[in-house]
Write a new protein. Structure first.
Length: 442
């Protein structure tokens, strides 16, 4: 029986690989960055507009200027990007059809049977020839594990019988110009929105399902600004928010804060499970504050009759209305323009992306995302849920300094944090008995 143990361990390991999302996760390349004090281990994602995007072992995506990289790294980046460009532009390069769920279950069962039969035969007949089909079983399990079960991005086609007018740039400037910390520029294709990722209203209070993240500034400026198409194009097959865009922003609020899908990346209604604060937002793994609900509270700032956000397909998002809305929570106006509206219950906003968007080829539905997309850069490892905690207070305690209070088991805890001009963050964790611990992150 003891000879069965190695096979059992091997099978369990292979099954764990099968259960792991994507089947992979450890970055394989070391990057020597001039702006960093240590070597960064991450995978290449893409390179555009002199910005290189990398993904680390926590699946966080970071953007770096191409000038930060060593010459060997630059050569690798350019070669990799050229390869991706050629693959994406090759009409003969069709996506590999992934196994259906029932066939993967069958293959998994078949591989498992082969492993156990091999183990049994080796231990009873004492001959190693039976390792052959045992190895075949393990390879079958690993093959299934490494197959992606995400849905490939469906190609989008424009509506040929209906066009919409281009966005009025002066009007967009007046919307985003309502907030002094938000700046904008434009070119012939996009309207760019820049901010530091921190809204001018309070945050975090009311969250009862918290992953111990706190809001910190993010540099959404320059080449890392949010981009809104100036000329929207109606899609003949709009993307449903139930099965698409569970990653990244689907709209940019007038105050420069991104709005994500109301469903979190696990497909759950973030509002219904207590993940959101009183303003419809929370922080992501990179301590980046964003909304999952339409920020209708911004209406008092932008003014009645103006949108509270623009979707990443170029169409504006307004507050609630008594007008009849289509299945995407939008409507056409007399001038042919199109606009989304907010509703008080799920799906809350943008039930389907009415306009054509460019999807990141490195992502697949439902966790696909729109590009170009501003990237976040975290300063500490992503944290885990703190069961039973409720955020009861959040306040600014000075320049670049905040204090968050939460209750757990009827006791009060605090996190005081701040950052300096050089990007050094200080976190002070205060326990109910007054004892503290400090950490520093850069």
């Amino acid at each position: 029986m003891k000879n069965l143990i190695p096979f059992a361990i091997l099978l369990i390991v292979s099954l764990n690989v099968f259960a792991h999302e994507g089947g992979h996760g450890t970055p394989t390349r070391e990057w020597n960055l001039k702006s960093a004090n240590e070597i960064l281990i991450a995978d290449f994602v893409r390179y555009e507009q002199n910005v290189v995007f990398l993904r680390d072992e926590n699946q966080k995506i970071f953007g770096f200027d191409i000038a930060d990289f060593s010459e060997p790294d630059k050569n690798f980046i350019l070669a990799k990007q050229e390869l991706l460009r050629s693959l994406n532009s090759n009409p003969k390069n069709k996506p590999i059809k992934k196994p259906e769920a029932n066939s993967t279950n069958w293959l998994l069962g078949f591989g498992s049977i082969l492993v156990f039969l091999s183990a049994f035969a080796v231990t009873t007949r004492k001959t190693k020839v039976h390792l052959t089909y045992g190895s075949l079983g393990v390879l079958t399990v690993l093959f299934v594990a490494c197959s992606s079960f995400t849905t490939p991005n469906e190609p989008q086609t424009p509506m040929t019988d209906k066009t919409v007018p281009a966005n009025d740039i002066a009007f967009m400037k007046s919307v985003f110009g309502s907030f002094s910390d938000v700046t904008n520029t434009s070119d012939d294709k996009y309207f760019y929105v820049s901010s530091n990722g921190i809204p001018d209203h309070n945050m975090m209070v009311g969250i009862t399902n918290w992953q111990q993240q706190v809001p910190i500034p993010h540099d959404y400026s320059g080449k890392n600004s949010w981009a809104i198409p100036i000329q929207p194009v109606l899609s003949a097959n709009p993307l449903s928010m139930k099965t698409n865009l569970l990653k990244g922003a689907i709209a940019i609020a007038a105050n420069g804060i991104p709005i994500f899908n109301p469903l979190n990346n696990r497909g759950e209604d973030a509002n219904a499970i207590g993940e959101l604060d009183k303003w419809g937002g929370h922080c992501g793994r990179a301590d980046d504050y964003h909304y999952h609900l339409p920020p209708t509270h911004l209406q008092t700032v932008v003014g009645e009759g103006k949108p509270i956000a623009y979707a990443v397909d170029g169409f504006p998002l307004y507050g609630e209305t008594t007008d009849k809305l289509d299945e995407y929570l939008g409507k056409f106006n007399s001038d042919g323009s199109y606009q989304y509206h907010s509703v008080s219950k799920y799906p809350y906003l943008i039930a389907g992306m009415r306009g054509i968007v460019r999807l990141d080829p490195n992502t697949s539905a439902p966790e696909n995302q729109v590009i170009p997309q501003a990237m976040t850069r975290g300063i500490r490892p992503d944290t885990r849920p703190l069961n039973g905690a409720e955020i009861t207070g959040f306040e600014s305690t000075g320049d670049n300094a905040y204090s968050l209070t939460y209750a757990l088991d009827s006791e009060k805890y605090k996190i005081n944090y701040s950052w300096d001009s050089k990007g050094l963050y200080t976190f002070e964790f205060v326990n109910p008995d007054g004892t503290t611990t400090k950490t520093y992150q850069r």
